[in-house]
Design a protein around this ligand. Structure first.
Ligand code: TXA
Ligand code: MG
Length: 326
């Protein structure tokens, strides 16, 4: 770990664990180091990075102001899976925010990440440690599988407990806006600060012209075609195709699947979130023609889980949709 901190201080990139997913970190105040993140990830520079800090007071160097509601959330939720977008100071390089006036900041709830931040002594810009558009890593091995060829050092902190990325909430307008559903349920935010808006992706706009950055229609995607089945509808393999099933709880499915990944035996969505990306990877490497996935309920963590599934998918299985909407 002291070595990882030393590398980061020297302007190199290091992958490290957070409670959500593994991040690919660099000194957020060093534009050259941040540029290396974009290079390793092959990420377009219109997609901004999240800046990680270890303690709340560190935020005041990075942002011009913190509205009362944002401060309340930070005090209640951090360390935790919530990113706040606030007006940046000149200290934050434009590359970090993709030229936007706001910077996304969070304190991760992982002891290894917090130790690393403290030892490094600077804020760390860190997107998920995967190639752009691929499934986010929730173990050190996932990072090595995806980025290993570039010999990026990885600090191993075990599997990520939350398993989906942070919820991103912007305070750049008059009303707080959810830019990305994630590991903190939106209901928890509303309970603390009242109603928030939700940014809606524009299906006709190209990726750089979305209402919020990172609203890419296809993202978090396995190589294998993935199709969705609504909650409570029986999933059935596609005829003549080696079909995998990604399901949870007591969702109904017929026989004949080549491989089944069941994320939970009960209705606990936290267990599902912690296992989703690893299960997607397992199915993706099982030599299948197609993966069928059950949707989650549209509340709590189910909103973030459905968001990731929808962006990984190419739509619904038509033969398995109709009855669900009776
Ligand atoms: O849980 C997480 O958030 C993980 C861990 C490593 O912290 N990080 C992560 O970063 O998911 P990344 O780069 O994969 O996602 C960053 C997304 C952007 O695509 C965008 O949606 C939003 O966060 N974002 C970041 N900074 C922003 C900004 N300045 N303005 C608007 N949206 C921003
Ligand atoms: Mg990502």
């Amino acid at each position: 770990m002291p070595r990882a901190a030393e590398l980061l201080r020297r302007g190199e990139v290091v992958a490290f664990p957070t409670e959500t997913v593994y991040g690919l970190g660099a000194n957020a105040l060093n534009a050259r180091a941040v540029a290396r993140i974009f290079e390793v990830k092959e990420r377009p520079t219109f997609d901004p990075l999240i800046v990680h800090i270890a303690e709340l007071p560190a935020i005041f160097d990075l942002v011009e102001c913190v509205p009362a509601a944002a401060l309340h959330l930070a005090e209640q939720i951090w360390p935790g899976p919530l990113t706040l977008v606030l007006p940046k100071t000149r200290l934050v390089p434009d590359l970090v925010t993709a030229g936007l006036p706001g910077v996304g900041i969070r304190i991760p709830a992982h002891p290894v990440a917090l130790d690393l931040l403290r030892q490094t002594g600077c804020p760390l810009a860190a997107p998920s440690a995967n190639k752009f558009g691929a499934i986010s890593p929730t173990t050190a091995q996932h990072v090595i599988d995806g980025l290993g060829a570039q010999s990026i050092p990885v600090v191993d902190g075990g599997p990520c407990a939350v398993g989906v990325e942070s919820t991103v909430l912007s305070f750049m307008g008059l009303v707080p806006v959810i830019l990305r559903p994630g590991g903190l349920p939106i209901e928890d935010i509303c309970r603390l600060i009242g109603p928030v808006d939700q940014a809606v992706p524009d299906p006709d706009a190209d990726d750089a012209a979305q209402p919020a950055p990172g609203m890419l229609s296809r993202h978090y995607a396995p190589r294998t075609r993935l199709l969705l089945v609504p909650t409570s509808r029986q999933a059935t393999p596609l005829e003549g195709q080696r079909t995998g099933l990604l399901t949870w709880g007591k969702q109904p499915f017929s026989t004949g699947f080549a491989q089944i990944e069941r994320l939970s035996t009960d209705e606990d969505l936290r267990t599902c979130a912690a296992r989703l990306f690893a299960a997607m990877r397992t199915l993706d490497s099982a030599d299948l023609d197609v993966i069928i996935a059950h949707q989650f309920p549209a509340h709590g963590l189910g909103i973030a889980l459905n968001d990731r599934l929808t962006r990984a998918s190419s739509g619904f299985v038509e033969s398995q949709v109709d009855v669900a909407f009776d």
